[in-house]
Design a protein around this ligand. Structure first.
Ligand code: SF4
Length: 159
């Protein structure tokens, strides 16, 4: 029944528009100092209040459109990161936040650090900084939603 609904182009359009206008985010912190983690959560506080733009932070990757990853990837958390990514339905966007998320940051030479997020999963948007500022993270989300729109348009042309 759900599959039949998804074949309906009007329903499909509503879903695609909802993904861009009110994206659901899941945040995973691979580890590190938690500075970028704190700045990411600051985006949800009344000062930055991303929810006013329809952005909702959720806990279940199966419902998420956007994955925000902070911290450096290591040999223990790489499997978890991959599992979270694999559970998200397509189309999906990945945003790597902070120097640790981009390259491993100051932890890159540690014995168990693999490096940045893109060593394990594809990354669409890179938000630099140590820590990344909330304004930059919000900008990264906007950039990610533009990419999501491009993916939707490409899929529509291909079908
Ligand atoms: S980039 Fe800097 S602030 Fe962010 S998690 Fe790494 S060390 Fe901490």
């Amino acid at each position: 029944m759900v599959k039949d609904l998804l074949k309906n182009s009007a329903v499909k359009k509503i879903i695609e528009k909802s993904q861009v206008k009110s994206p659901w985010l899941v945040h995973y912190d691979c580890g590190s100092c938690n500075g970028c983690d704190i700045e990411t959560l600051a985006c949800l506080t009344p000062l930055y209040d991303v929810e006013r733009f329809g952005v909702i932070n959720i806990g279940n990757p199966k419902h998420a459109d956007v994955l925000i990853v902070t911290g450096s990837v290591n040999s223990r958390n790489k499997k978890v990161l991959k599992q979270i990514y694999d559970q998200m339905p397509a189309p999906k966007i990945v945003i790597a936040v902070g120097s640790c998320g981009l390259t491993g940051g100051i932890f890159r030479d540690a014995y168990n650090v693999v490096g940045g997020v893109d060593k394990i999963i594809p990354v669409d948007v890179y938000v630099p900084g140590c820590p990344a500022r909330p304004e930059a993270i919000i900008d990264g989300v906007v950039e990610g939603l533009n990419k999501l729109k491009e993916i939707q348009q490409a899929a529509a042309l291909a079908s």
